[in-house]
Design a protein around this ligand. Sequence first.
Ligand code: UTP
Length: 286
Amino acid sequence: MPQSVRKAVIPAAGLGTRFLPVTSAVPKPLLPVIDRPLIHYGVAELAAAGIHEIAMVISPGLEAVAGYFRPNIPLQNALEERGDAARLAQLKDICDLAEITVIEQAEARGLGHAILMARDFIGNESFAVLLPDDLIWSDVPAIAQLARVSAEHGGSVLAAKRVRREAIPGLGIIDADPVGNGVQRVHGLVEKPPIEEAPSDLAIIGRYILTPGVFDRIEYASAGALGEIQLTDAIAGAIGSEPVHAIEFEGDHIDAGTPPGMFAANVYEARRRDELSGVISELIPD
Ligand code: UTP
């Protein structure tokens, strides 16, 4: 029986070019969805799945991304003096979500390279990868849904979602056969195919359970699309030698890595919050 997943990597060292100009001063993982930075939702999802050992891969100088999860003593003292117990508890809860190890990626050499940076932290066990741009609201944390598949079938597991045809050339696309309960056995993966060459409309979404063998395959992978070291190629390299599955997860997904996606995520999250859902339209002048 494969052991349960204990550790995760959050790659958060991208350039965020699709979010310029704001990302020239504020790292994308700190952009807010209502009142929490994007990265908060990813760490909270991992914590809800029982994964509390997290390596955060960040760019040099952007420690503020991990700093959000550390105690802010002067702020805590100020809230204590004011007797604001609710806000104080909220801040302390954030620090208790996870034990975060910061790993620097000196140069943005792609997602695969970012994950390779966490090799020593992970060691020789299966681990989770969560891309913070991909927000998923679900009853069972999406990463826990993947971990279940990994416990049942072994090997690697990818999160998958059916997408519109026009979205296919921007995504990693899965060639697979269903094995039941929304789970697919993966035969091939192709990064950003032209629509007419895509094997399906099933796209990879930013949640993975990976086996430690992926590190060697990333290391030896030849440079893929955009000259970056691609994770998709390294996972595809496991097909045939170990099980690779995809799960069409239960939940609502928004890619918040672009301004329209971030806007949609804010509207979605506002609708979920009782205190906000009624007031938004009152606040916007006609
Ligand atoms: P993206 O492909 O979305 O790139 O990365 P990006 O830099 O975040 O955004 P754009 O495309 O420039 O607008 C997918 C994930 O991989 C991380 C990113 O932080 C994001 O979570 N990543 C990407 C790294 O950690 N390092 C890299 O070198 C590249």
